[in-house]
Design a protein around this ligand. Structure first.
Ligand SMILES: C[S@@+](CC[C@H](N)C(=O)[O-])C[C@H]1O[C@@H](n2cnc3c(N)ncnc32)[C@H](O)[C@@H]1O
Length: 261
């Protein structure tokens, strides 16, 4: 595991959890879109695999629509929160959250017997490791899925966007925490390095809490389509948003729908 993954998602999971919780509010719309696409493909129920599930927002919302979900994540803190949220939403019996590394996906979920009908990878949860690792993860997901299963890569940053709109600095406030992000993007390698600094607001002052130096690869649509093809998934279409099913353009996020071939 790279150092920044360990720092941001394990050691300082308490801080990242605040950002994750913000995303819960928009997740019902997202899962409604996922369900619409699945229904159009003739899938109305079944088993969903949530790769890098975080605190379970996709798994929990999809379980509320009648799908069984298995979420895999390396962060114990996120998974504990996911289990708590599943209980609050009354879907404990529809979800399983497994701690493990998606690069060893088959080992982690191997003991479950049912093949998956749907696989989801949400919120730029790719490009953290090597291209070979990402390909292997999707290949393992394919091997655990039935023919005709549907894969969603959703709410994902892509290099077409960065070519048009690169924002070197931004900040986000959540409760009394402020996150300041300073980014550098190398167009040649498509590597994004971001320094995340967390501060706590104390009156008019900001008190530094911690920082993480993040480095990850940002894929283009064609790179991802090729990677998926090599992993056994045929790209069917892509959207700018799964909530609205609007078409993708360079300034929207990337939402791929692919089919197990
Ligand atoms: C940006 S978050 C997205 C979380 C979730 N998909 C969502 O949409 O809310 C990235 C997630 O990837 C997880 N992650 C990173 N590396 C991983 C690995 N090797 N295996 C499993 N999970 C991993 C992190 O713990 C974190 O929960």
């Amino acid at each position: 595991m790279s150092n920044w993954v360990k720092k941001l998602f394990i050691e300082r999971a308490d801080l990242f959890l605040k950002l994750m919780n913000q995303r819960w509010t928009k997740t019902e719309e997202l899962t409604n879109g996922i369900i619409k696409v699945l229904n159009n493909c003739g899938i109305t129920s079944g088993n969903l695999l949530d790769l890098c599930c975080g605190n379970g927002r996709i798994s929990v919302h999809i379980a509320k629509k009648g799908f069984r979900a298995v979420g895999v994540d390396i962060s114990k803190t996120f998974l504990e929160d996911a289990k708590k949220k599943a209980s609050e939403h009354g879907v404990t019996n529809m979800v399983a959250f497994l701690e493990g590394d998606v690069r060893r996906l088959k080992e982690v979920v191997g003991r479950l017997s049912q093949p998956f009908d749907v696989v989801v990878n949400a919120w730029t949860s790719i490009g953290f490791y090597s291209e070979k690792d990402d390909r292997s993860t999707f290949k393992q997901a394919r091997e655990l899925s039935r023919e005709g299963a549907i894969l969603f890569i959703t709410e994902t940053m892509h290099s077409e966007y960065l070519a048009l709109k690169f924002t070197p600095t931004s900040y986000t406030e959540i409760d009394d925490i402020m996150l300041l992000e300073n980014r550098e993007y190398d167009q040649i390698t498509s590597q994004m390095s971001t320094c995340w600094k967390f501060y706590k607001r104390c009156g008019n002052d900001l008190v530094f809490i911690d920082k993480a130096e993040i480095l990850h690869h940002i894929y283009s649509l064609s790179e991802l389509s090729l990677l998926l093809k090599k992993a056994g998934w045929d790209m069917m279409t892509c959207y700018g948003s799964l909530s609205t099913l609007q078409a993708m353009n360079p300034l929207t996020s990337l939402n791929i729908v692919a089919k197990a071939c």
